[in-house]
Write a protein that binds this ligand. Sequence first.
Ligand SMILES: [Zn+2]
Ligand SMILES: [Zn+2]
Length: 392
Amino acid sequence: MADFVALAKKYENELIENRRWLHQHPEVGMDLPETMEFIRGKLIEMGYEPKSCLGQDLYVEIGSGRKKASDGEPRCILYRADVDALPIKEESGLPYAAKGENGHLCGHDIHGAVALTVAKMLMEHRDEIDGIVKIVFQPGEEQSNGAERMVEQGIMKNPKVHASMAMHVRPNAENGQIRYALGPAAAAIDFFDVYFHGVTAHSSMPEKAKDPLLAAANTYQAFDGLVRREISAFNSAVLAVGILKAGTAPNSIPLDAEMHGTLRSYSNDDQKHLRDRMREIVKAQAQMAQVEGRIDFVWTPVIMNDAELCRQLSGSFAKVIGGENIVIEEKPVASSDDFAFFGMDVPAMLFWYGVGSPEGHAIHHPQVVMKEDKLYLAAAAIATAITDWMNM
Ligand SMILES: [Zn+2]
Ligand SMILES: [Zn+2]
């Protein structure tokens, strides 16, 4: 069995160099030309043949595929690294800070660099990989649901994926610590947009108008009661409207009304129930006010960490970083991550890797600083876990 700690230590300088290169080239959204070209070049150097689902992403596969899962297909694990940045200016003051308006303030530069080191080590030890590993470099995590699009384009098939894993750095956790929650690990989120379209008229002639604002106001009230009345006291969800707009003049019944907000929940059932009910409410209120109504959702499911997969992978992590450096969280985080799409139909694990200290800034803060001296251990832990999982 390979000693991935020693090997990762050997490649530590390269890992940090790659990380800093990515850090200084932050790109946002689905289109990351420099980032993907850099990663592609490194993968080709290692001997991989990078592929793409969308033309904007990259993934590689490695392993003999001899080991079969219970369905007769080669046992296959997907390891996701998201590599997009944020449209937020970095103010860390670091000598290698990014210039310009974008910054790697969510640590996806580290995700990319660690995944490259994992890829390099697995290539050196490919004889020991009896199943198949898919290493995914995903664009568009922050805003564009890149994961959903990759899943739509078949990343979970050919070969079929049996488990998914991802690391996310956490700069406000102890350096070198692994943390994860069992069950819900990160919230499901829905961004929703409600539109009502009526008939405008002078406000002295309400009989000539169909008022979309009435539908919007009643919808707001009905939404407000949904979580309170229809979600179990033991579950939690938050439905919040951030924008409600209608009309331009005080003495005219508006033509249009719109409402925008977010829904956060921690179970797929709650998410589906609330979304279905919101659709019903919009339809009913539109009917009541005799206007046209519509609601659209852009959504990310909840990340459900699978207990068995967590037990298996964290057993391997413990061999590398020590069991005392692994913490099981009591609660999920209220933020979301579109890694959830890679875990919709297979066991999944998202874990947090500490790259700072509890007092540090959290991700997305312009002054966030992430430590680099234990990143090689993250790469070693992931490579060890993947190799062990193949042989379970
Ligand atoms: Zn982020
Ligand atoms: Zn992130």
